[in-house]
Design a protein around this ligand. Structure first.
Ligand SMILES: Cc1cc2nc3c(=O)[nH]c(=O)nc-3n(C[C@H](O)[C@H](O)[C@H](O)COP(=O)(O)OP(=O)(O)OC[C@H]3O[C@@H](n4cnc5c(N)ncnc54)[C@H](O)[C@@H]3O)c2cc1C
Length: 397
């Protein structure tokens, strides 16, 4: 049996690791476009930009690991075609790589700003992107960040920490509003304003010139550096061209198998039939890349897999660290436990009286308990949920 993994990100690295951990001894090939071996992206907008993390710490495995585990790591190699009838992956070089089981983990590409001069905005996805931003932003730089989502806010925080003058332009009236809802989004608005960042919200960019960012309301923001964080597009071209079922990602079962039983998908591109949530989810987060990569490897080996891990996300911005677990609409009812103004609290999003998602802000070692509460599906008593004196476990005992 020959296993091939296309995509050199976290999901791919965790999949090849799991194949070996599970005792698979046959040939494993990892085809990766980037010239850097697989690495974790979260530090690119945090520790690497802040200068608190060394580049070496971002890589998933050492070069020796691939040698010792007999993984044929082909860096700087792009798969251009998937021929399902011949069961080969064609490469840009013209070479063919045969497979018996294939994993697609091709990740995402950041969206370019669709306005005149939009190509002037720097994007952030790779190590070279992070280095480019790092070199461009100094204490005297005027930075305009376009996009008030996770990446935009993290980059803004890193730039402010370097002393730069920072403006964030966001399309919604509050940053992260479409994910967190008004009340918690306000916490992030206060955090960034409190740290000296100007927020230009409920607005959008119409042009980027050599020296300015022009907004829809006519404002012209002087800018030495423009960075766009306006979302990503999943890389599903290979899958779609090969005739696999694709709809907002590669459609996979709860065992991560695509519409072709020999081809699996993991990470950002996988639109998964989630075994706990009972509906499809496609999640562009670090934890999902790790666990879907591992789960797909086990499924490829023929083990029973029903992916039911709750979506999980974390961020660090200034002195705010937080974890979010579950999934809920932004306008769901929110219950707070703790000190919202002091940024030390838990937030719970309720759907039909049950906790569908929860977030811990500057409070640690509770995320698993919030996950258990979500998985219990119990109807919660709001007063007890808000009361720090009540153990979370007692809510579903
Ligand atoms: C700056 C930044 C910060 C982030 N911070 C957080 C965070 O704080 N918390 C969090 O939960 N998530 C965070 N994320 C998201 C998280 O990193 C992604 O969800 C995760 O990287 C997805 O992993 P992946 O393996 O699916 O895809 P990717 O990491 O995108 O890797 C896919 C790889 O496949 C390669 N590839 C694509 N097509 C081909 C092809 N045809 N042939 C060969 N190779 C190909 C690509 O070049 C790429 O290297 C962050 C992302 C970024 C960019």
């Amino acid at each position: 049996m020959t296993y091939v993994v296309v995509g050199g990100g976290l999901a791919a690295a965790k999949a090849v690791e799991a194949l070996r951990d599970e005792g698979f001894e046959g040939p494993v090939t990892l085809i990766a476009s980037e010239t850097d071996r697989p690495y974790e992206r979260p530090p690119l907008s945090k520790g690497l930009l802040l200068g608190t993390e060394e580049l070496e710490s971002v890589f998933v495995h050492s070069p020796q690991w691939y040698r010792e585990h007999d993984v044929d790591l082909r860096l700087g190699t792009t798969a251009t075609e998937l021929d399902r009838s011949a069961k080969v992956v064609r490469l840009a070089s013209g070479d063919e790589v045969p497979y018996e089981r294939l994993l697609l983990a091709t990740g995402s590409t950041p969206r370019r700003l669709p306005v005149p001069g939009g190509e002037r905005a720097l994007l952030l996805r790779t190590i070279p992107d992070s280095h480019r931003i790092s070199e461009a932003v100094t204490a005297t730089t005027r930075v305009v960040v376009i996009g008030s989502g996770w990446i935009g806010l993290e980059v803004a925080a890193a730039a402010r920490s370097r002393g730069a003058q920072v403006t964030v332009v966001g399309a919604t009236p509050l940053p992260l509003q479409k994910i967190l809802g008004d009340r918690i989004a306000q916490v992030f608005a206060d955090l960034h304003r409190g740290n000296g960042t100007e927020l230009r919200l409920d607005n959008h960019v119409v042009e980027v010139t050599e020296t300015e960012v022009v907004l829809a309301d006519g404002a012209r923001l002087p800018a030495d550096v423009v960075i766009a964080g306006i979302g990503v597009t999943p890389n599903v071209g290979l899958a779609a061209d090969a005739g696999l079922a694709v709809d907002n990602g590669v459609l996979v079962s709860s065992s991560l198998a695509s519409s072709d039983p020999d081809i699996f998908a993991a990470g950002d591109i996988a639109n998964i039939e989630h075994a706990f949530l009972g509906h499809r989810v496609r999640v562009e987060h670090w934890d999902v890349a790790i666990h879907t990569g591992q789960a797909a490897a086990r499924a490829m080996l023929g083990q029973p897999v029903a992916y039911d891990r709750l979506p999980y996300f974390f961020t660090d911005q200034y002195d705010l660290g937080m974890e979010y677990i579950g999934t809920a609409p932004a306008d769901a009812e929110v219950v707070i436990r703790g000190d919202l103004a002091g940024r030390e609290f838990l937030a719970f999003w309720l759907v039909d009286g049950r906790v569908a998602a929860g977030m811990n802000v500057n409070i640690w070692d509770v995320n698993d308990q919030i996950g258990e509460l979500i998985k219990s599906r119990v109807t919660v008593d709001r007063a007890r949920l808000a009361d720090p004196g009540v153990e979370l476990a007692a809510l579903h005992a």
